[in-house]
Every structure is written in C-alpha cells, then in structure tokens.
Ligand binder design. Structure first.
Ligand code: SAH
Length: 244
C-alpha cells in the first residue's frame, strides 16, 4: 500500500508543480483516497471509463485543476460545479483549495450517493451536494443568480451549457467551461445564446494538461446582465433545441 501510494504521490506532485501548487501530505492522502473510492465504486456503478492510476491523475485530477493556470480559485467565492458526475472538477479543486465554498449538482442519484460518501470519508467541509437538473434548480429562487462562479466539464455543447449554467451566476460573476482544444465552431454557435442569457465571453485560454500532450481550452464567460425569466427552459429543451 505504501509503495503503491508513493508512485501516485510522486506523479501527482510532479503534475501539480506545473501549476505552481505544492500539496501537503493531508491533501495527497485525500487525493489517493478519492482515487481508491472512485475505482472501488466504479466496479458497482458506472462512474467513469478512466480507471488506471496514471489516467485518473492526468485526465481527472490534473485536468480538474487546469483553470488554476489562469484563475485563482482562492478568490472564487460561492462556486457551483454543474453536472459534476463523480466529482469533476469539483472534488479535486475542493481538496486543493479547502476554503472553497462549493456546491455540486448532478441529475444522477447514484452519483450523488457516491459524492456524499466521498465527502464523509475525506472529511470535506463547506461543501453541498444537490440531486437535480439544471433546468429545475436554475428557476429555483434558492439557487438562481446565487453563485459567483459556475464551473462545468464535459456536460453539453457550449450553447446548451450556457443555458444550464448562466442562470445560476450572479451579475458580476462568471461561468468557466472546460472544453477541448478545437472550440471555434462551438463558440460561434453559442455566441448569440450567451448574449441572450446575460453573458459575455471574456477569454478563451489554451494549454496542455501537465504530464501529457492533451490540449485543453478554458472559456470564461462574464455575467454582465440578469438572465431573462424564461430561461432556462423546461427539462430537455436546452439540449434538444439549443438557443440560436
Ligand atoms: N463533470 C463530470 C461528469 C461529466 S458527464 C466529468 O467531467 O467527469 C455529464 C454529467 O452531467 C452526468 O453525470 C449527468 O448526470 C450530468 N447532467 C447532464 N445533464 C444535466 C442537467 N441538465 N442537469 C444536471 N446534471 C446533468
């Protein structure tokens, strides 16, 4: 167990060093525990297709932390991870930035059960898990325009994703979307939707994920005006008929 963990530690430490992050023993251990819980639960419920230690470190953990190249999560305030699945990018960000005030949302109940278990085992505090759909929570006054930052990875194309995320963002806050390297078409198909929903693209940043040659883009969208009351539309509509 100690030998196994030492490979994991060295690799993760090397990777995060490229972000200028030094993880202490407590955080390294929490990452390892999260990795173990992920692979253990993945035998029973479908959480991820990424399983090997190397791939989990690079494609889940280092990828989740990727925006720290451009943004300091220490300044994010109330943050929502929309469609977090097995906790990405939310849990790696929370382990690293323990003061982050984080809410995780997903529409799949078994993933919520997993996340509650992870939070208990890792002793994470100041973190809330909510089972629900973006289309329903986004019109709920408890959540609508209540977050400074909404982050999301691998949930939907940018036009649909903007209708899921922007209703939760306070004016003056921002949405941060994790996207693949080639994103020009997706952006042009989403520009009008973003404007309708009260957003404005601030910038698109590209880099490779540490310890890999996988390209990644981060799109930051500022919330400049309130989202009109009629958005998000009802369940399924943002995906079926993306705003044009
Ligand atoms: N963000 C994670 C999971 C991506 S898979 C990662 O990058 O690994 C997409 C997830 O979004 C699934 O877990 C699915 O349940 C959730 N999801 C899809 N549409 C949603 C919606 N409208 N509201 C809430 N969650 C949604």
């Amino acid at each position: 167990m100690m030998v196994v963990m030492s490979n994991f530690r060295d690799k993760l430490k090397d990777g995060v060093a490229q972000y200028g992050i030094a993880l202490d023993d407590d955080r390294l251990y929490k990452f390892y525990l999260f990795y173990e819980l992920l692979t253990e639960w993945n035998k029973k419920i479908n959480l991820t297709t990424i399983e090997s230690e190397n791939d989990v470190i690079i494609k889940h953990f280092l990828d989740s932390l990727f925006p720290v190249l451009f943004e300091d999560p220490g300044n994010w305030g109330t943050t929502l991870d929309l469609g977090t699945g097995a906790g990405f990018p939310g849990i790696p960000l929370k382990i690293t930035y323990q003061n982050l005030n984080l809410t995780l949302v997903d529409s799949t109940k078994k993933k919520i059960d997993f996340l509650n278990h992870v939070i208990k085992e890792l002793n994470l505090e100041n973190i809330t898990v909510i089972h629900g759909r973006a289309e329903e929570l986004g019109i709920n006054a408890n959540f609508r325009e209540k977050f400074s930052v909404v982050i999301s990875r691998a949930v939907a194309p940018l036009n649909t994703l903007s209708e899921y995320c922007l209703p939760f963002v306070k004016t003056g806050g921002k949405m941060i979307a994790y996207k693949s390297q080639d994103i020009e078409n997706e952006i042009s198909e989403a520009e009008n939707a973003i404007q309708i929903l009260g957003g404005k693209i601030k910038n698109v940043s590209r880099e490779t994920i540490p310890l890999s040659n996988i390209g990644r883009s981060i799109i930051i969208i500022n919330k400049v005006t309130n989202t009109p009351d009629k958005y998000p539309r009802r369940n399924g509509v943002p995906k079926k008929k993306p705003l044009k």
